[in-house]
Design a protein around this ligand. Sequence first.
Ligand SMILES: *Cc1c(COP(=O)(O)O)cnc(C)c1O
Length: 354
Amino acid sequence: MTNFADPLLRALAPYVPGEQPRLKGVVKLNTNESPYPPAPGVLKAVQAAVEGMNRYPDLTAGLFLQQLSKETGVPQNLLMAVNGSDEALDFIFTAFAWRGVAFADETYGFYPVYAARRGIVPTIVPLREDFTLAVEDYDGYEGTVFIANPNAPTGLALAVSQIRGLLKRNPQMLLVVDEAYVDFGGESCLPLLQEFDNLLVVGTFSKSRQLAGTRIGWVAGCKELMDVLQTVRSSFNPYNVNSMSIAAGAAALQDKEYFITCRNAVVATREQTITRLRALGFTVTQSLANFVFASHLSFKADYLAQELKEQKILVRHFNRPRIQNWLRISVGSDDEMETLFAALRQIIKPGIQA
Ligand SMILES: *Cc1c(COP(=O)(O)O)cnc(C)c1O
């Protein structure tokens, strides 16, 4: 048979998302969702949207972007709603990757896939020995740089002042800051949009807003960059965000108190989790995200992941040389973390109290 596939796709290793089992009783700590349900107002808003399902969605996602603009202080015309921030990243690659792309060796696993899909060989800039990202390593680069801040899977964050310095020294560089985890203790770069026209900021409602299942996110940048992204969107799928997701996102934004309560709960649980993991002999990074990144002194990460899985506890293990002895564990509810620690105590050393 003729090979009909685009040559670019033949050798492409696609992104491998964490498992999404639909079984009951699984403790799911593998894809960094919120363990808490959506804000109470979301259900009603989605129900109302379902009633208007016979019509195409609002092309401007106005209900959502109006709220988002109010919350972030970014003018509505400099924001775009997307079908999960993965879509924003894809739009950005389509529009701006032609000048070349650079990112860290250990960061969001989708960046190399987007590059490969366009036949682009990325410039890989290794993180330092302690997994920190040194912004000066990117100085002079002439293409598009992707930085997840806080980074995944390390959880380590840069200060806005460091990013401002990078932008200031490098007007030739387009910088994309992926803020999927910023709400858990990082500093948002959105205020920098007032100063710089070589910055795009990407965000999602999947991690800190209890809406991973609706697929809603956003991208922000100066007028010129957003015009290009609107061209990409309008030449791909103008109705990229469905009406239920628009309604859900807007309703989630309206309940700021619920957002803060959930966020604070995750942050408190994260801090306890880090302390308890260290007590069990793990090395743990100082994560500012809704996951922890941990490596045990005497137990291999893939062994631990496998043992936990047998007890229906899912964590993420990446089979990449530099981090193969590390686990990324999402911060769940306190009950879920109790289950995790009960299992870990059993696996690691009976008798130790974490
Ligand atoms: C989860 C994640 C995304 C994708 O989020 P969606 O909005 O669910 O597509 C993007 N970037 C990073 C760093 C992430 O961890």
